[in-house]
Design a protein around this ligand. Structure first.
Ligand SMILES: C[S@@+](CC[C@H](N)C(=O)[O-])C[C@H]1O[C@@H](n2cnc3c(N)ncnc32)[C@H](O)[C@@H]1O
Length: 339
């Protein structure tokens, strides 16, 4: 069985109909699919002959799916194995960009691929790299100091037992390097028994995945750079899967949109330049039918806006999430250990 067939089998693109109803009025131009994955969104957009798709994914294994689309659609489809924060490195001047789409996180095939180490069922060396990474969860757990680990677990996983877990990791790694099973065991012992259906290690695994893939800076700079590339009238559409990423997206869209004023009683001079127009104040979420067909869609939230005006300076956005960006910079400690 070839990789493409195997990977495509169980894939359900999340909120696909909702996405298509937002972008179909814009058909006839280039759509940027920043998170190609199994190509669910790209394929649907390419069904319309007037459309071109430029797709990215940081995971080089998605290239197999991309190749099959290239064969079928030729010049109407292009794929780049890059991170979406690198969007500004491409020459997109000739493209008539209509929308830039992000479907964040990872796909079912990535979690089922045990060598990526995203699942608690994985064995051996810790990993969690989605692709084009500089370090893995192995270095994070076995090299970073206790204080840094606490911050990662607390802010990226909202794990209440962060301190105890970090302390135990430091203690145990004096004896031997910690692998995936060891980490799950440490968390299980500290958190004792499961009170909910959620696995004890869920929050710690999430925090490590965010840190290893630098997902906060990817999202913040991915949004800023995409916004700068998007022409006026174009759409920016983001599907998030956890509260941290949704908070960032919500702030970005609301802060720079029509209705964002610090106070409605302040005079006009205090109004910020309006950059975006939001149609739906509340996020679009999956129907009960979609959730029963594809339970992993249950936490998805789709937010979108249309660009009204340009802006070069996004200091306010960066400042708002500076504390999270600084936690990602703790990875610099890992470079120091190589010097
Ligand atoms: C939820 S899946 C996308 C599924 C896709 N919409 C589909 O219909 O098949 C998310 C994908 O985004 C990719 N990804 C995550 N972060 C990325 C980043 N910073 N840059 C590029 N790709 C990224 C992952 O490798 C994964 O393949």
């Amino acid at each position: 069985m070839n990789a493409t067939i195997k990977l495509e089998k169980k894939h359900f693109p999340v909120l696909l109909d909702e996405l298509i109803s937002i972008i179909s009025p814009l058909y006839g131009g280039t759509f940027i699919d920043c998170t190609f994955g199994q190509g669910g969104y790209s394929k649907k957009i390419l069904e319309n002959r007037l459309n071109k798709v430029l797709a990215f994914d940081r995971d080089s294994e998605t290239f197999y799916v991309a190749e099959s689309l290239k064969e079928k659609y030729g010049k109407r489809f292009n794929f780049e194995n890059i991170k979406f924060s690198e969007i500004d490195k491409l020459n997109l001047k000739k493209e008539k960009i209509k929308a830039i789409i992000f479907d964040l996180g990872y796909s079912t095939s990535q979690i089922n691929d045990l060598k990526k180490g995203l699942s608690f069922k994985s064995k051996g060396r810790l990993n969690m790299e989605l692709g084009r990474n500089q370090f893995s969860a192995h270095e994070v757990i076995n090299k970073l100091n206790q204080e840094s680990l606490v911050k990662i677990f607390k802010f990226f996983g909202e794990e209440k037992m962060s301190k105890k877990i970090a302390k135990q990791i430091i203690l145990e790694r004096k004896q031997k390097e910690i692998n995936t099973e060891d980490l799950v065991k440490i968390i299980d012992i500290i958190k004792k028994k499961r009170k909910t259906k959620i696995h004890n290690a869920t929050k710690i695994f999430q925090s490590l995945r965010i840190f290893v893939n630098q997902e906060i800076s990817e999202l913040i700079y991915g949004l800023i750079k995409s916004f700068k590339i998007l022409p006026k009238g174009g759409a920016i559409i983001i599907v998030t899967f956890h509260s941290l990423e949704d908070r960032i997206v919500k702030f970005f869209l609301k802060n720079y949109s029509e209705n964002s004023r610090s106070s409605r009683y302040l005079p006009d001079i205090n109004e910020k330049k309006i950059l975006l127009k939001i149609k739906n104040k509340k996020p679009i979420i999956p129907t009960n039918k979609e959730i029963s067909d594809n339970p992993s869609s249950r936490s998805a939230k789709l937010r979108y806006a249309f660009k009204l005006n340009h802006l070069d300076n996004f200091n306010e956005f960066e400042k708002k999430f500076e504390h999270l960006l600084n936690i990602e910079k703790l990875s610099e400690e890992l470079w120091k250990s190589y010097l």
